[in-house]
Every structure is written in structure tokens, then in C-alpha cells.
Design a protein around this ligand. Structure first.
Ligand code: CUA
Length: 331
């Protein structure tokens, strides 16, 4: 048991490497495509301007050597200043600003009526994700992993529980801030099945950089099955180990901060753990959701994310092992 425990701690300091791209120029939705078009147009315009200036500069230096007064006066002529120095830059800037205003307007339009509605709340330093019914009531709560169907727009209500955060999935949309005391909205529709990494994009304290999340897009049937499972209460302990693990959970006071629906655990300070084992990652996409990483996290959360509010659990190797059995049963 001790060997397992040490093994868990040793694996702790290798951050998980998600293969998912986090690039705004590899768009996977119409919204992100619009943003990437603007990015590319700015890139090409800037490149053309850069090359033109370099050519003119080289030409000027080369011609300047010849000391031919007629050519030098042409370089300094009034028309050149008016056209290349004022008109061209002005038209270029107006086109780029106009394009980006036009795009911003079209992105902030209201989402279609049939959107899936999700409330995302930012906390230091994790994401609470609630699925809403037609009346705005929460039907399922999870953390750090936003599942969406591919055939439907997703409407996000973005809120904060503490400080300002910003919701950003570069492949799906631009950034939208989560501001205490108000609800911002954003919506997107994903092109097809996939997984996309998101990141908090507003400095929010010590672990801002490790405040990541995943968007998982799935075909309708798969998404519906996933949501139905998330709505169900947690599975009850099925053997002596998971039962002992559940006891460790309550004896250690985990229920003061965490909810496990179907049990007495109703804490709200930390992530809902009802279907913890169904998630791909823990600690806001900081670590893969494996037994070893989960063990390392429970044993020393601040070792992975200094400043994390979760206290260190003082457990014997056997208690930790049982607790992990229980947590891993929460499918
Ligand atoms: Cu939350 Cu930065």
C-alpha cells in the first residue's frame, strides 16, 4: 500500500498533455471561423504593408546613393506623401476596423430559439457547468467539462462566483468575461464531434494559468445519453471497498465542500462530484483523471495547484485507497 501511495505522489508533477489544439486559426465553428477570417485578413494586409515598406526603403537607399536630384525630389513629392502616406493607410485601417466591427455585431446577435442552455460559473480556479431546462432550472451539474451536441447551438450564460474570469475556447469563439453580479451571454455551434481545450483568459489569481476546461462535442444520441447519466444520482457503493471509501469521504468532511447527488453530501464550495469518474480530467484539465493523479490530488492539492482552496486530506494509505475506489465508482 505504501508503494502505491508513493507511486501516486511521484506521478503528480507531470502535467497532462492534451493533444487538442488551442488555436484561433483552426476554427471548428462559424463563430470562430469569422474571427479567423479577420485574423488572416489582418495578417495578409500587414504582410503586404511590411513588404511594400521594405521594398521602398531598399529602393530609396539604393537610389539615394546615386545623388541624382530629380529622383530624390520624386521620393519627397507631395503626391507620394498624400497617397502612400495618408490615403492608403487610412483606407486600410478603415477596412480592417469596419470588418472587425461588422463581425463583432454579427457574433453578438441572439442565438436561435432551439439552443441548448448552459450556465457556466467561474470560480478560483475551476468551472461550474449547469445544464438548464426550458424554465431555467438546473437539471445537471458538472465541472470543467462542457459536453455539447453537434447539431444544436449552445447558449452560454456566463457568471462568476468570485472575481472576473474569461471564458475562451479559441477554436469555437472569442473571449467573453465572467463578471461578478452580472450575466454575460455567448453562443456557438460546433461543426462536428471533437474535443476543444478552453482556458480562462482574464488574470484571476495564482492559478489563472491552470484554469482550463474541455468542450466535448458529440452526436445527438451520445450527448443525450451523457446528459441522462449526468442527471441521475450517483451510483451507490456496490462493494465493501467503495462503501468504506464513502465512509472515509464523510469522515474527512469532504461533503462540506462537495455535492454527491443521491447522498447527504451537499457542499457547494467545490466541484460537484456526482459523476466525477465520467470526466476525462481533474483539477481543471491540469491532470488526467486516473487513479494515480486523483490520489495525488486528494493527498496534496496544493502540490499540484498552489493556492487551491481544497485542504490536504490526512489519510492512511488504506483510507486513501478506499476513497479512490469510491471516487472512481462515481461513473
Ligand atoms: Cu479565472 Cu483567470
Amino acid at each position: 500500500d505504501k508503494a502505491i501511495y508513493i507511486g501516486m505522489l511521484l506521478t503528480v508533477n507531470f502535467p497532462m498533455a492534451y493533444a487538442q489544439s488551442q488555436s484561433a486559426i483552426q476554427p471548428a465553428s462559424d463563430q470562430a471561423r469569422g474571427i479567423s477570417y479577420i485574423w488572416w485578413s489582418m495578417f495578409w494586409v500587414a504582410l503586404i504593408v511590411f513588404v511594400a515598406v521594405m521594398i521602398l526603403l531598399a529602393w530609396g537607399l539604393w537610389r539615394g546613393k546615386s545623388n541624382n536630384p530629380s529622383q530624390l525630389s520624386y521620393l519627397a513629392s507631395r503626391n507620394l506623401v498624400i497617397i502612400a502616406g495618408i490615403a492608403v493607410p487610412l483606407i486600410t485601417v478603415i477596412c480592417l476596423v469596419g470588418g472587425s466591427l461588422f463581425l463583432g455585431r454579427s457574433l453578438s446577435q441572439q442565438s436561435p430559439d432551439n439552443a441548448l442552455e448552459v450556465r457556466v460559473t467561474g470560480w478560483m480556479w475551476w468551472w461550474q457547468i449547469e445544464y438548464l431546462d426550458d424554465n431555467g432550472n438546473t437539471i445537471a451539474t458538472t465541472a470543467n467539462e462542457l459536453h455539447v451536441p453537434v447539431d444544436r447551438p449552445v447558449m452560454l450564460y456566463l457568471e462568476s462566483g468570485d472575481v472576473i474570469h474569461s471564458f475562451w475556447v479559441p477554436q469555437l469563439h472569442g473571449k467573453t468575461d465572467l463578471i461578478p453580479g452580472r450575466t454575460n451571454t455567448s453562443w456557438f455551434q460546433v461543426d462536428g464531434p471533437g474535443a476543444f481545450r478552453g482556458q480562462c483568459a482574464e488574470f484571476c489569481g495564482l492559478q489563472h494559468a491552470l484554469m482550463g476546461f474541455l468542450v466535448v462535442s458529440e452526436p445527438k444520441a451520445k450527448f443525450d445519453a451523457w446528459l441522462a447519466n449526468q442527471q441521475a444520482p450517483a451510483p451507490s457503493p456496490s462493494d465493501s471497498k467503495t462503501l468504506a471509501g464513502q465512509q472515509v469521504f464523510f469522515e474527512s468532511g469532504c461533503q462540506q465542500c462537495h455535492t454527491i447527488r443521491g447522498t447527504e453530501a451537499r457542499g457547494t464550495a467545490g466541484p460537484d462530484l456526482t459523476h466525477l469518474a465520467s470526466r476525462q480530467s481533474i483539477a481543471s484539465v491540469t491532470r488526467k483523471n486516473s487513479r494515480a493523479h486523483l490520489g495525488g490530488w486528494v493527498a496534496d492539492p496544493n502540490g499540484i495547484k498552489p493556492g487551491a482552496k481544497m485542504p490536504m486530506a490526512q489519510l492512511s494509505p488504506k483510507q486513501l485507497s478506499n476513497l479512490l475506489d469510491y471516487l472512481q465508482s462515481l461513473q
